[in-house]
Design a protein around this ligand. Sequence first.
Ligand code: CMP
Length: 143
Amino acid sequence: MEKTFLMVKPDGVQRQLIGEVVSRFERKGFQLVGAKLMSIPRELAEQHYGEHKERPFFGELVDFITSGPVFAMVWQGENVISTARGMMGSTNPKDAAPGTIRGDFGLTVGKNVIHGSDSPESAEREISLFFNEEEVVAYDKLI
Ligand code: CMP
């Protein structure tokens, strides 16, 4: 079953949006198979955002994601990677449609509430950066 890595960023945790975010993906029909509230060590943040290393905002990005606890998650379901991206909305909340997470709750491109893997390759990479194999459960869907 397809899996993706989703993370409520420090702004979302501080604004008490974990439940709102989890609820949206649960109601959609996806299954939560891994989750932890954690502070991201700087080295992990730099690895996670490695593809943005040359961008002018890289330092700011790492400072922000390490500034407070995040809620890291693994979700599974059919087409969960692209569907979750759609439910998150555009990276910049000013362009995100109402009804999406960033459209409803975000204001700036840096503090945009949630991160989600953008491809099967990044999903695999990000899940393994944040979770050990035994931290991701396996179970059959009952309904
Ligand atoms: P995310 O999906 O976590 O992946 C990379 C992040 O970089 C993105 O969300 C944005 O929050 C952030 N980002 C993109 N552009 C900028 C910018 N111009 N300034 C600060 N952060 C940015």
